[in-house]
Write a protein that binds this ligand. Structure first.
Ligand code: ADE
Length: 235
């Protein structure tokens, strides 16, 4: 059966409150309200095997700084969340980590066609390595280290949810995105036609659609050459 694309996204975190604003406002919030995505945020502590203190971490074997998230709470979280799906539908498990594959628009498209994503946010020194056998993909949002996987998970969720058909009203704004066609986006202008002596390029007001399209493609290449020439280099 062909997948209809992303329908459900679960996030497991030690700080679920961090997601309240970013994933409830704007386009993502609207997408949730309109039922285009079933987005659920879970508190890892709810799955702790330590009933009393709900502790999920411990000191690293071999010594060293920081704490490591124990495998059992993560295992329990994955098992419980998986059980809320159907037999045929299993989540694709992603761990946000600076060691992961670098997130690009291409990778976002690959994830946006999976029906169900489950994102694990790391913290402290990371997760016990033994849980990695249950992880399908590790994803990084850049070559820098954040205090935890929450901000990366928000970036990831925003990027993939916006690719679900209908989330962004005009499909054209997706196909024209920077990176989509291998170039950056062309410049945009709105009213007034003259603003503090600066004019809007005449071609945009000509009503000549082919000329406008040609100008935009030309501009996209020029902008890319100026700002990100690496994108145009042959790989
Ligand atoms: N956790 C900490 N830093 C990260 C990064 N750059 N990408 C994804 N997860 C992270």
């Amino acid at each position: 059966m062909k997948s209809k694309g992303l329908e459900r996204l679960d996030i497991v975190s030690l700080f679920p409150g961090m997601f309240d604003g970013p994933l409830s406002e704007s386009l993502i919030g609207k997408a949730r309200e309109r039922g285009l995505i079933d987005l659920r945020v879970h508190n890892l502590r709810d799955f702790s095997d330590d009933r009393k203190h709900r502790k999920v971490d411990d000191r690293p074997y071999g010594g060293g700084p920081g704490m490591v998230i124990r495998p059992e709470p993560v295992y329990r979280a994955l098992k419980a969340i998986r059980a809320t799906g159907t037999k045929r539908l299993k989540p694709h498990v992603i761990f946000m980590s600076p060691q992961g594959r670098l997130l690009t628009q291409k990778i976002a498209h690959d994830f946006a066609v999976k029906p169900w994503l489950l994102v694990l946010c790391g913290h402290y020194e990371g997760l016990d390595e033994r849980i990695m056998s249950l992880v399908d993909d590790e994803v990084s949002i850049g070559d820098y280290v954040l205090t935890g996987g929450e901000l990366p998970a928000m970036v990831f969720a925003d990027t993939v949810v916006r690719l679900i058909p209908g989330v962004v009203k005009e499909a054209g704004s997706i196909t024209r995105d920077s990176f989509q066609s291998g170039t950056l986006d062309y410049p945009h202008y709105t009213r007034p036609a003259i603003w503090r002596k600066k004019k809007v390029p005449a071609v945009l007001m000509s009503g000549h659609h082919e000329a406008i399209e040609f100008w935009r493609q030309q501009q996209a290449v020029a902008v890319t050459l100026r700002k990100r020439p690496d994108l145009l280099e042959e790989k």
